[in-house]
Design a protein around this ligand. Structure first.
Ligand code: FE
Length: 589
């Protein structure tokens, strides 16, 4: 029997109390508090089996810490063992698989994996790293989590208490290092702090949505400790909150007065597809997403017209340009989304996001799961036939343009054709990890999302090399689904060593490399800014041969007609696979 947490509102479903097993719940089952679909639930913990004598007996700070994290649903720890973490590593070993340790080849991968896991599941995975170099190697991955509001727990080993400040081997100032990165940053100095710091760290990561850090001096890890494990329930707030009716009514009136409303959705509308469509249909409005919100509504939905911004669709751009009201739901207004100043109402769970860039006429503070249906109930029904026809035509024009770009015979192979083939071949529920660069640009623009697919990316930090580690995290979170990485030759090279991690743990991820032998996006920027193309060419490397040599499966694709079969073969493979596709670095107008 297990417990599951709704990641939209924090409601906990306890199988032992409810009597029904979660896995047996019918397909249409939703969270009884916020109405979110069952797919957003994550396992919190297996219930302790009845009698106390079966409970794990803890003896040290490390063991209590690990058991406390298990109780709060932390299932994975990523890292490389080392001198200053041996106590915690051994406690994880003794947990008998309740918390799983994945050993990676570089700490940066561990941090990216935890960040990606948080973005995918809205739950916490942990990174465990040694003092000094192991810790500094985490920086990029943790900044990725910070900037994309991903919940991550970092445990670091430190030199023994009596050596702190001596300039000991591998000693850095952990508190100072983590202060600008984290939402919670504490040093565990005495056994009595163990359960409180562990639970507060997970709580802050989830509520403040960021990186929580606990530094643990080497000697403290081994100290005796016999503290009671604190349960999750009754220690977390429920997030099913919304605005006063009078303010919702005000927002509804503003919507009623608009003739060309556009709904813009970001990550904060995650899991709200059905409720969004009901609102859009009732007021005859198109739905536009930010790139990060590309997987919330299917591309096949008539009222969804694609992303906004540099990678956006012409339909989204034109509809947003001509709108007289933007209804913004759960978007952080990143520069790249290029959302213009318009008359606006906004729904966000974070008060600091309301009117962050532009003034808003009505700001609705609360959970979009609660507020979208409340707003939909209050607005007047509108049948704006002319507007709907215009939306349909603009969307069709955009789809026609994408079809034209997907040249199936040009060589080197064109990126739009790769995106077309992948759109057709990937499973309806594939989990797609993206990298940064030209590969991501083409994906955002040309890939057609299907029902239940998920994407994960480095949104605000926009760091190259995120793709492969993210696919490793996806393979843990969704082992039953296709785990796809779409990357470039530049980004993949930075973390290539961790392809071995996929092999070590038998994670059959499928890596598609848009291999254009260059830093193509930077090359494009040099062109646009009339600089000479310089230092953006990359050594031609055969990633397929590397995959084969490492013990995985590799496919090199040079001719466009080979691509569909190569994709089929990769998707059918049961080992980690790299499909290296010789790709044209050029953009086409
Ligand atoms: Fe819920």
């Amino acid at each position: 029997m297990a417990k599951y947490r709704c990641t939209i509102c924090n409601y906990v479903y306890d199988e032992s109390k409810e009597g029904k097993k979660f896995v047996d719940l019918p397909k249409g089952w939703v969270c009884p508090i916020c109405g979110a679909p069952r797919t957003v639930f994550v396992m919190l913990a297996e219930n302790q089996k009845g009698a106390t004598e079966e409970k794990q007996v803890s003896h040290t700070v490390s063991e209590v810490l690990v058991n406390q994290l298990v109780e709060w649903g932390v299932q994975y720890v990523f890292g490389i063992p080392g001198t200053s973490t041996l106590g915690v590593v051994d406690a994880i070993r003794k947990s008998n698989g309740k918390i799983k340790y994945l050993q990676v080849r570089h700490e940066q991968t561990a941090a990216f994996m935890a960040s990606a896991y948080g973005k995918l599941t809205s739950h916490v995975a942990a990174v465990l790293s040694i003092s000094g170099p192991g810790t500094t190697n985490l920086a990029t991955g943790l900044y990725d989590a910070k900037l994309d509001y991903s919940p991550v727990l970092v445990l670091t080993g430190m030199v023994a208490r009596k050596q702190i400040g001596h300039g000991s081997l591998q000693e850095i100032d952990h508190y100072a290092f983590f202060e600008p990165i984290s939402v919670f940053n504490k040093i565990l100095m005495s056994p009595e702090q163990t359960t409180m710091l562990a639970t507060l760290a997970v709580k802050h990561a989830l509520v403040d949505r960021g990186v929580a850090h606990i530094g643990i001096p080497n000697d403290v890890q081994k100290l005796p400790c016999d503290m009671e494990i604190l349960p999750f329930e009754e220690r977390m707030p429920n997030f099913a909150y919304g605005q006063e009716e009078v303010i919702i009514e005000k927002a509804a009136k503003v919507i009623d007065s608009a003739s060309r409303p556009v709904i813009i959705i970001g990550l904060g509308a995650r899991g709200q597809k059905t409720k969004l469509l009901r609102l859009a249909e009732k007021i005859s409005a198109p739905i536009v997403s930010t790139f990060k919100g590309k997987d919330i509504v299917d591309d096949s939905e008539p009222l969804y017209v694609g992303c906004h911004g540099g990678i956006g669709s012409t339909a989204a751009g034109q509809l947003v340009d001509k709108t007289d009201l933007l209804i913004v739901i759960g978007s952080s207004f990143a520069d790249l989304s290029m959302i213009p100043k318009k008359r606006m109402i906004q729904i966000d769970i974070n008060p600091l996001m309301i009117a962050r860039r532009y003034p808003v006429e009505v700001g609705l503070l609360g959970n979009s799961a609660i507020l979208i249906p409340k707003l939909a109930a209050k607005v007047l029904e509108k049948h704006n036939t002319a507007y709907i026809q215009e939306i349909t035509q603009l969307k069709q024009d955009w789809l026609n343009q994408l079809a034209k770009e997907a040249d199936a015979i040009a060589k080197p192979i064109r990126a739009p054709y790769i995106m077309k083939v992948l759109s057709e071949k990937l499973a309806d529920n594939a989990v797609i990890s993206l990298d940064v660069g030209e590969n991501c640009w083409w994906f955002g623009r040309n890939f057609q999302m299907k029902h239940s697919q998920k994407i994960v990316m480095s949104g605000n930090l926009a760091t190259m090399s995120f793709g492969l580690p993210s696919a490793l995290a996806a393979a843990l979170a969704y082992p039953e689904r296709q785990n796809i990485c779409i990357t470039g030759d530049g980004g993949l090279t930075m973390v290539l060593g961790d392809f071995l991690t996929a092999l070590k743990y038998q994670m059959p991820i499928k890596v598609f490399v848009i291999n254009n032998k260059s830093l193509a996006m930077i090359m494009q920027e040099q062109k646009v800014e009339r600089y000479q193309s310089w230092q953006t060419e990359l050594h031609d490397f055969n990633f397929a041969k590397f995959a084969e040599h490492a013990g995985g499966y590799g496919i090199k694709v040079t001719h466009p007609e080979e691509l569909p079969t190569a994709v089929n073969n990769a998707l059918a493979s049961n080992v980690a696979t790299i499909v290296d596709i010789d790709t044209d670095p050029q953009r086409f107008p």
